[in-house]
Design a protein around this ligand. Structure first.
Ligand code: UT7
Length: 331
């Protein structure tokens, strides 16, 4: 039987209109543009405003962008996966609502959460569904309304995160394009260093927790930084080695956008030319599950059929890894 791989055949993206610049942040917390730019590479991030608008709003816009650009009939979609760390609400899946709103009436849908690695791990799940020939058209959306869990008085977190979403369509390919290899890992001892302590099932929100702001995201930036640099680079290097890839054979690094210094360290470790590193952190910050598909959306016009892409991500949990994918189309 011919081997089937899971290829990306269409891309869409969406970021909300409101731009939270470093200059505006200077008026909110004790920080400055020079510090944020030199320590993170971020100049601005987008924030979703408006009552009752959650992550599904971002996911729906990104999916609609993909559908419109590619003239896709949404009733042909078999499965909608929303990779997110910020679902609309508890006990109701964001993906089911998203699928209905975009007209994917013949699809089933589920959410997938692996913090900042949600989209990367989603690629792995979706690839297996396609390779096993069970489903033929799968929409994987990475979307996060991070502003819903950020304390805008905490300068260690509010400067980094933004809201946004990207969507990709996966379809079967029998010419060798698509997902080729993956190396994914988790280490639960990392959960102390990046978390929102209250508001989940282990600790309910109380009057005290509200006063302490412990329903917002807390991070020990230095520890997360060190682990991200080591593990993201390590995973990418392993994928490169076992697929006999080097700078000449590689076309793009599609890395999680958490800190420009983490991205640069990963590129250095695998000896990659800087112009092969996709970046949009300067304008969106860290959109968690949105970073990887938003990169594809921003760089789609530069991608060529046969390009070798290395995806890499690291995030809360800790969860991290790398995926090798061969690009399947010219725009
Ligand atoms: O998506 C995955 C999860 N997140 C990440 O991957 C993020 C990983 N961590 C980071 O990106 C970095 O650790 C941060 C950007 C969060 C912080 O950068 P850093 O270079 O690790 O700074 P630091 O926490 O070591 O702080 C250095 C100094 C401190 O002052 P002192 O003690 O040296 O006087 C901080 O108080 O910078 C101070 N500082 C700030 N100053 C201005 C911390 N945050 C700020 C700020 N503006 N926003």
């Amino acid at each position: 039987m011919i081997k089937i791989s899971a290829a990306i055949t269409a891309v869409g993206g969406y970021v909300p209109d409101f731009i939270l610049t470093n200059k505006i942040l200077e008026t909110m917390v004790d920080t400055n543009d020079e510090w944020i730019t030199s320590r993170t590479g971020i100049k601005e991030r987008r924030i979703l405003k408006g009552a009752n608008k959650g992550t599904s709003f971002l996911a729906i816009q990104a999916a609609k962008d993909l559908i419109q650009k590619n003239n896709l009939d949404p009733t042909t979609i078999d499965l909608v996966v929303v990779a997110t760390a910020t679902p609309d609400m508890k006990a109701s899946s964001t993906s089911a609502f998203t699928a209905s709103e975009i007209g994917a009436t013949n699809a089933f849908a589920f959410d997938l959460d692996a913090a900042c690695s949600s989209f990367l791990f989603g690629m792995s799940v979706v690839a297996r569904y396609i390779e096993s020939r069970i489903y033929k058209k799968i929409l994987l959306i990475g979307a996060d309304k991070n502003s819903s869990m950020i304390n805008y008085q905490d300068r260690a977190t509010c400067i980094i995160f933004g809201d946004g979403a990207g969507a990709v369509l996966f379809e079967p390919n029998d010419e060798g394009y698509g997902v080729k290899d993956e190396y994914l890992r988790s280490d639960g001892s990392g959960r102390e260093f990046l978390r929102a302590t209250h508001g989940g099932s282990s600790n309910a929100i109380t009057e005290d927790s509200l006063k302490e702001n412990s329903h917002f995201v807390y991070q020990d930036g230095k520890t997360v930084f060190k682990n991200a640099v080591f593990n993201m680079a390590d995973a990418a290097e392993k994928i490169l080695k076992r697929n006999d890839l080097d700078n000449d054979k590689m076309d793009w690094l599609v890395a999680h956008q958490a800190n420009k210094r983490i991205i640069d360290a990963t590129a250095n470790r695998i000896n990659l030319d800087p112009q092969k590193v996709m970046t949009n952190i300067e304008k969106y910050g860290n959109t968690t599950s949105g970073t990887l598909p938003l990169l594809l959306s921003d760089y789609e016009s530069q991608l060529k059929k046969g390009d070798n892409l290395i995806f890499a991500a690291f995030g809360g949990g800790f969860n991290w890894g790398s995926i090798y994918l061969k690009w399947a189309y010219n725009t």
